[in-house]
Write a protein that binds this ligand. Structure first.
Ligand code: ADP
Length: 183
């Protein structure tokens, strides 16, 4: 499923984010930046030790990365030039600012991509695995955050891809995209 937002193609597909040929892939990292399971483990395994080395240098400079923010490293052995490590919120019931923090994780990632003149970026479904954010709600937050960024900020992006790992996740994002108000 895909749609245009201005000059940018927004694509939803099922796949493995480590295998995407894009300028930047986004990692659902945690605030230590020192690796974890899920998509984080898959990216570090596929990208090799260089990515973790760069994360450690960032940690030495600024400690970790707060929830809602993101940092950027090279892509190591991946075909992506950059990995953007974004920290989404852990789901605590929905009234602890989770929506705003998740939107901020997407916005921070897009700002870093734009600052590095990326023309394409691939996101996983941040926070909906180990961090247990309900995927139907996360999908709407993610798509609205991306659309708002693409419309309001200057950027170089021609394609934004959501790479969903499971069929149910893809279906949730498709439903959320179809439900996005035209405004
Ligand atoms: P979080 O801690 O932010 O919830 P997880 O890595 O646990 O992060 O899960 C985020 C999403 O990433 C989940 O939907 C999970 O199924 C998905 N995922 C795991 N591995 C991959 C992969 N290789 N490519 C794309 N998505 C993946």
């Amino acid at each position: 499923m895909e749609t245009m937002i201005g000059k940018t193609r927004l694509v939803l597909l099922r796949g493995d984010i480590t295998r995407q040929s894009v300028d930047a892939i986004v990692n659902a990292a945690n605030s230590t930046l020192l690796g974890g399971g899920g998509v984080d483990g898959a990216i570090h395994r596929a990208g090799g030790p260089k990515i973790l080395e760069e994360c450690k240098q960032i940690v030495a400079r600024q400690r970790g990365c707060v929830t809602g923010d993101a940092v950027i490293t090279g892509g190591g052995n991946l075909s992506a030039k950059f990995v953007i490590h974004a920290v989404g919120p852990f789901w605590s019931g929905g009234d602890r600012g989770e929506d705003g923090l998740l939107a901020s994780a997407y916005r921070s990632s897009l700002r870093l991509a734009a600052a590095h003149r990326a023309t394409s970026i691939a996101f996983p479904s941040i926070s909906t695995g180990a961090y247990r954010f309900p995927v139907e709600r996360a999908a709407g937050v993610a798509l609205r955050a991306v659309r708002a960024f693409l419309r309001a900020e200057s950027h170089t992006l021609l394609e934004v891809r959501f790479v969903l790992f499971g069929e149910a996740d893809l279906a949730a994002y498709e439903t959320a995209l179809a439900a996005l108000s035209p405004a």
